[in-house]
Design a binder for this molecule. Structure first.
Ligand code: GTP
Ligand code: SPV
Ligand code: MN
Length: 589
């Protein structure tokens, strides 16, 4: 196989020599080639072809039972010096990592085919876009990458003889948990992933490249790679305001990005347009504003809970050309099901592990779909996709939102006082853990900017980069924090969420325009209950007041916890953030 780029040639040749596949196949992006791969995956049982009348172009895949989520404990930032990975990342010295990994990759593709996937993050040829080459022995990975990114010969043509691309080597090997490694080498533009076949571990364009490697590049080059959705909020006067929002995994990005406004708002002409649901690359434009692109081309969304009421746009996106992972197979009509899709679980079904899923199982509370089961759907399927989805310059941001899953402490919404305070609000984010990563669920941890598992360098340097960006952004967006997940004493959500989150977005946009009121509290500006439009919602002013309280005792505890987190960053912690924490503490006295 011959490549114009010497770098690509060397990467492929060396990887072939190491992994010794029987065959090497270039993914050119042609429908013919992809159709043959789908047929092959069906013949080997790697994928199940679903009912083509009800779900045209759709397939189901089941991963190994031990391989259902990202594995943060086995994810490493591999650099020359530990300080450059920082205290929040797992680190390996990079030469030692290469040496250890090469032993695992040796001969790992014997008897298998290596696929060469040239892909672009961002529209092909856009000045914001970046190119990757992923080598993999998984057809599932090829077919997912084709949905999630722009793949094929056109990418190689754009790369030409340049060596400016990210190397990604993925081998399924034996799906051995003990030898599973997701390693990023930001200093070498390289990713090595082995012994997994699950989503975020193996679709290397996503978290590994577009966040871990890209965040490092962003610091060198003066931009930001963030775990953020991007949406356009169209107002009745036809004007569209753009918002980016960072929530941790499985905390509502896809849902907010595709929000359908409540009837009272829809009637007036409010609409939401989706630009992205997971990742934003943000640069400063010549006019001093922040511009965001979504580098992805599809959605790798959480299936459970997605339904015609909670997120009709996501559901519609999955009705064709979609790959489902670890959901229930309805054997009566060869379609798929998951918890929270509707109230009618299929009579005859196979669960995500490939076993019969019976009425008895359901009665015993055995789930049919894995809590982190997912759909991989093309962005262009989404009924509310923005007409600026592929805008090569990106969309200008008016507001940046941070948020997490907090039963207590964080109010429904608050606004930061200024840029540095906004960065502080992002840096102190905390959230309950979810099924998106292996390990305990529901444990509160600090997850700054929703980037704890995704920052490719020292978190202290990352905070400093955010602070410094403030000098370049002369027309600044406003910063907010939201929490859809506050609960009462019995653990019920106090806020209806989903479409009703529009009411909070409405206050946020009116704040950026200077037409909504708020009160100053120790943590920032909080709306008065009457500042949130509750028209058509069965909630009293008292209910909403409960959602907006700032409990000083809880916040003092939180401030102590932040103190502990900040201490880990040592002298890398920017002075500006230290000052913000002192201000918070003083305000709470
Ligand atoms: P990743 O793809 O892992 O990054 O997740 P995400 O941030 O895109 O989360 P997603 O929108 O898929 O939502 C995850 C879970 O949160 C689903 O079970 C949703 O039903 C639930 N959820 C989303 N929005 C809300 C909300 O406003 N209120 C409540 N109570 N639950 C929500
Ligand atoms: C997340 O966990 O934030 C995801 C899913 O978006 S994964 O691609 O597995 O990272
Ligand atoms: Mn995500």
């Amino acid at each position: 196989m011959k490549f114009q780029s010497k770098g690509v040639q060397q990467f492929v040749d060396e990887s072939v020599a190491l992994c010794t596949p029987d065959k090497v196949v270039l993914i050119d992006g042609s429908e013919e080639q992809l159709e043959a791969l789908r047929a092959e995956a069906v013949s080997t049982g790697e994928m199940i072809k679903l009912n083509q009348e009800l779900l045209p172009g759709c397939y189901l895949h089941r991963t190994a039972v031990n391989d259902v989520a990202r594995v943060e404990g086995r994810t490493f930032i591999c650099t020359e010096k530990q300080e450059d990975a920082g205290p929040t990342n797992n680190w390996m010295q990079k030469d030692e990592a290469y040496k250890m990994l090469k032993e695992i990759y040796k001969g790992a593709m014997k008897g298998r085919t290596m696929y060469v996937i040239p892909y672009s993050m961002g529209a092909v040829g856009s000045p914001f876009s970046k190119i990757g080459i992923e080598l993999t022995d998984s057809i599932y990975v090829v077919l997912n990458m084709v949905i999630m990114t722009r793949v094929g010969q056109k990418v190689l043509d754009t790369l030409g003889d340049s060596d400016d691309f990210v190397r990604g080597l993925h081998a399924k090997a034996d799906i051995d948990e003990e030898k599973r490694y997701i390693c990023q080498f930001p200093e070498d533009n390289t990713i090595m992933s082995v012994n997994s076949g699950y989503g975020g571990n193996v679709l290397l364009g996503k978290k590994c490249f577009a966040l871990r490697i890209a965040s490092y590049l962003g610091r060198q080059e003066g931009w930001l790679a963030e775990h953020m959705l991007i949406l356009g909020l169209e107002k009745p006067n036809g004007e569209t305001k753009y918002i980016a929002a960072a929530f941790p995994s499985a905390c509502g990005k896809t849902n907010l990005a595709m929000l359908i406004p409540p009837e009272e708002f829809a009637k007036k002409g409010y609409k939401v347009h989706t630009v992205g649901d997971d990742i934003a690359w943000i640069r400063v434009g010549a006019d001093g504003r922040m511009y965001a692109i979504n580098p992805e081309n599809g959605f790798f969304g959480v299936a459970p809970g997605t339904n015609a009421k909670s997120n009709p746009n996501a559901l519609a996106s999955t009705r064709k050309n979609t790959i489902f992972t670890n959901v229930v197979l309805n054997t009566d009509n060869n379609t798929v099901w998951w918890e929270g899709l509707d109230k009618n679980p299929p009579e005859h079904a196979i669960d995500w592990k490939g076993n019969p899923w019976t009425a008895e199982d359901r009665a015993n509370g055995v789930k049919g779909a894995h809590p982190n089961s997912r759909f991989t759907a093309p962005a262009k399927n989404c009924p509310c996709i923005s007409d600026r989805f592929e805008d090569p310059q990106g969309v200008p941001l008016d507001a940046i939102i941070f948020g997490g899953r907090r039963a207590k402490t964080a109010p429904l919404v608050y606004e930061a006082r200024d840029w540095n305070h906004g960065v502080f609000v992002g840096s102190i984010m905390a959230s309950e853990t979810t099924a998106a990563a292996s390990g305990a669920v529901g444990v509160v941890r600090r997850d700054p900017m929703a980037m704890l598992p995704f920052c490719g360098y020292n978190m202290g340097d990352y905070f400093a980069h955010w602070i410094e960006m403030g000098d370049k952004v002369t027309k600044k967006p406003k910063f907010f924090n939201v929490n859809w997940f506050r609960t009462d004493e019995e653990g019920h959500f106090l806020w209806p969420g989903f479409g009703d989150n529009m009411r909070v977005l409405d206050w946020i946009i009116r704040r950026t325009e200077g037409t909504a009121d708020a009160v100053e509290t120790p943590i920032g500006y909080v709306p008065n209950p009457e500042d949130i439009n509750l028209e058509g919602l069965d909630m009293t002013t008292e209910d909403i007041a409960n959602l907006l309280t700032v409990d000083k005792t809880l916040w003092k505890e939180d401030a102590e916890n932040i103190e502990g987190f900040y201490a880990k960053l040592g002298d890398k912690l920017p002075k500006a953030l230290r000052k913000e924490l002192d201000t918070l503490k003083a305000n709470l006295e």
